[in-house]
Design a protein around this ligand. Structure first.
Ligand SMILES: CC(C)(COP(=O)(O)OP(=O)(O)OC[C@H]1O[C@@H](n2cnc3c(N)ncnc32)[C@H](O)[C@@H]1OP(=O)(O)O)[C@@H](O)C(=O)NCCC(=O)NCCS
Length: 168
């Protein structure tokens, strides 16, 4: 049995992204989101904004990037843009650790609220965000391809999260 938070035999680490993670994020973005994936140019823009309006956390196991999360922030508002985990590494708590890293960074930056959009039929993501206390504040009808609604979720941040979960 795989222990919670583990990825089989390889030990999982969560850390802030660095420039050399760019290629792995581009590949994982495409693997995960297909036609809806951010282009390499968009990912490049996200990396270029690190430290000013973006924070990216990556999950690494056995030297491989197995997941990443992207946070955008401005003033008191944080936005969870992406959380993605490589298929064989799912359902082992990787996304939960990535999300915790993003939320801790948002709190550390002084953000008071985190928002995100999720497709109403994305059960895995809905479960992930509900487990961390996100609640629905709005619904955008037929927002995604296939006439799938988008749910807008919100979480109020507390500064204690920053000291509990500060990324190393
Ligand atoms: C959503 C996603 C990031 C979850 O990653 P993960 O590492 O498997 O998630 P975790 O193992 O941390 O699971 C956290 C919670 O999510 C929910 N969850 C995860 N996978 C699930 C599934 N297949 N079915 C239902 N709920 C699921 C559960 O509530 C779980 O909590 P639990 O383990 O206590 O039951 C992953 O499925 C993924 O990359 N999906 C494609 C990209 C995507 O949709 N991203 C979100 C929008 S940007």
């Amino acid at each position: 049995m795989t222990r919670p938070g583990g990825t089989g035999s390889a030990r999982l680490g969560i850390r802030p992204a660095v420039d050399s993670d760019f290629d792995a994020v581009v590949v994982l973005e495409l693997e995960t989101f297909g036609r809806a994936a951010w282009s390499p140019r968009v990912v490049d823009g996200e990396f270029a904004a690190l430290g000013s309006s973006r924070f990216i956390a990556v999950a690494e196991a056995g030297g491989e990037i197995v997941g990443y999360g992207v946070l955008s922030y401005v003033g008191e508002l944080a936005d969870i843009q992406r959380v993605a985990v490589k298929l064989p590494h799912r359902e082992r708590g990787v996304a939960t650790q990535l999300l915790d890293s993003l939320l801790a960074e948002a709190a550390r930056l002084g953000c008071e609220r985190a928002l995100l959009e999720v497709a109403a039929d994305n059960q895995a993501a809905s479960g992930l965000y509900a487990a961390r206390g996100f609640t629905e504040i709005a619904r955008r009808p037929r927002y995604y391809p296939g006439d799938v609604d988008a749910l807008v979720l919100e979480l109020t941040l507390t500064s204690s999260a920053a000291s509990d979960e500060a990324p190393s």
